[in-house]
Ligand binder design. Structure first.
Ligand code: SF4
Length: 477
């Protein structure tokens, strides 16, 4: 007889049980788990060795595409004009000559991709320019890159094209270049409107300029404007944070993203905190308070919750790229340091600029590493997609994969008792405490599901016939 989810939980050593399930507490917002998981939840996968990279990618990209299957493209611009002190992803400083050489290679990579059967046969529903700072590109480079994207990728009529931008770059010449080439969404890294906080982070513009530039971008009425904020920063208080939320509410923008501050080990922020140059950042309990404040403020102001960290203010905001990237869609990566996945293959492009450019010059795809996703990766993605939307609907998972997944109720009932969910029928909604611990919940749910499936003798017998056929097709392709 195969093991039940309850058997799996019973077999966990006490430490592991506490790590995965957390503890019951009168204050779940602060104490449901010992510590917050900082990383993105992952289901793992098996490494593909470098000699097989090119062949594996060619096979994958020349397989028959499916128009039913949603696709997105991610284009990475690894340059920043300034180094933000909290950054854990910085690659290169901006330099016009270097950027021009890089954009030459990026265009070549897009032209190489144009020849793939997979690209030719399918529509791209979303293109995301991320970084680094994509808005740092000069109008000349942005124009020819956007032109190449339009010419090489089969963009759907309603394709969402997002440009990640720094406030400083929201000037007429750049905005007009982006809009003329189809950019219809701008995601602006504001982090905080407070001038003192901004300057300690390495952000140059004071509050008045930030507001003025956002108003300018919105005045064109050509793109959805999204603002990113961070909570837990040095010098930040809940009062200052609420002032930021009020400014957002007054501005003619379409939505906001809210992120928790992570102090990366090698960041300048860590150094400044260790030497006492900056006042301490928020504790975990204080961070939870910020999230609670924002969730309540935005609910009262009638914002629509699109995911655990994203709110829409107007109905123009779709946040399509984020939705696609976290569900079953494919993301084709372009550029130095770009990551993506096509079918069951995850790929990460060369982060080193020189290696990236040399590889393109040799006509090779600049792959740094490659992973094959585990069996049933789509189930783990579905779990993540649900928790990202602040809920879990087991009936949906059971219908798609196997009714035995209803046994995960055992886990969700424990979390409901811990104050992380409320339950209505088979639908579980996260409380604010659940939202704060969302990464822990997602990773735990994936790990427990994996343990449950690993105890099965055959996954094939376990899947519903419909899912099995889709799964087989993916493998055949
Ligand atoms: S703009 Fe983004 S990638 Fe560049 S330094 Fe700042 S946080 Fe890092």
């Amino acid at each position: 007889m195969s093991k039940t989810v309850q058997d799996i939980l019973n077999e966990l050593p006490p430490d592991k049980y506490r790590e995965l399930l957390g503890v019951k507490s009168a204050n779940p917002l602060n104490e449901a788990f010992e510590k917050r998981r900082p990383d993105h939840p992952s289901a793992g996968g098996s490494m593909i060795l470098p000699p097989l990279h090119q062949k594996t990618w060619q096979n994958q990209m020349n397989a028959q595409g499916s128009v039913q299957h949603k696709k997105a493209a991610y284009i990475h611009i690894p340059f920043c004009e300034k180094l933000c002190i909290y950054c854990g992803f910085f690659q290169n400083f901006s330099n016009e000559d270097r950027e021009t050489m890089y954009v030459d290679r990026l265009i070549k990579q897009l032209e190489m991709a144009k020849e793939y059967r997979y690209v030719q046969e399918s529509l791209i529903h979303s293109v995301f320019f991320g970084g680094g700072t994509p808005s740092t590109l000069s109008p000349y480079n942005a124009d020819r890159l956007l032109k190449a994207v339009n010419e090489c990728l089969p963009l759907a009529n309603d394709c969402e094209i997002t440009m990640e931008a720094r406030v400083h770059d929201l000037v007429d010449e750049k905005l007009q270049t982006w809009f003329a080439r189809g950019v219809n969404r701008i995601s602006v890294g504001v982090q905080s409107f407070d001038t003192q906080i901004r300057q300690c982070l390495g952000r140059v513009d004071p509050k008045e300029v930030v507001i003025e530039n956002l108003q300018r971008a919105a005045s064109y009425n050509q793109a959805v404007i999204i603002v990113d904020l961070i909570y837990g920063l040095p010098y930040q208080t809940v009062e200052k944070f609420v002032d930021d939320l009020k400014i957002i509410d007054d501005l003619p923008i379409d939505g906001m993203d809210l992120y928790q501050l992570n102090v990366f080990e090698k960041s300048l922020l860590k150094k400044s905190l260790d030497t006492g140059k900056l006042p301490p950042v928020a504790t975990s309990a204080e961070q939870a308070e910020y999230l609670k404040t924002a969730a309540e403020f935005l609910e009262e102001a009638n914002y629509k919750r699109l995911s655990v960290c994203h709110w829409a203010k107007s109905n123009r905001e779709r946040s399509l790229y984020n939705t696609l990237a976290k569900t079953d869609a494919d993301v084709i990566p372009f550029g130095s340091g770009a990551g993506g996945f096509v079918g069951d293959i995850s790929v990460y492009m060369q982060r080193d600029l020189k290696k990236y450019m040399d590889s393109i010059d040799k006509g090779k795809v600049p792959i740094m590493f490659m992973l094959r996703a585990p069996e049933l990766a789509s189930l783990y993605k579905d779990i993540q997609d649900q928790t990202e939307s602040c809920g879990v609907n087991l009936t949906k998972l059971a219908k798609k994969y196997n009714k035995e997944l209803m046994q995960l109720e055992t886990v969700l009932d424990i979390w409901t008792e811990h104050g992380l969910f409320t339950k209505k029928g088979h639908m579980y909604r996260m409380t604010i405490a659940g939202q704060y611990w969302q990464k822990n919940i997602t990773q735990s749910l994936i790990e427990i599901t994996k343990k449950f499936l690993n105890a099965k003798t055959s996954i094939n017998e376990w899947l519903t016939e419909k899912t099995m056929n889709t799964f087989k097709k993916k493998i055949e392709n």
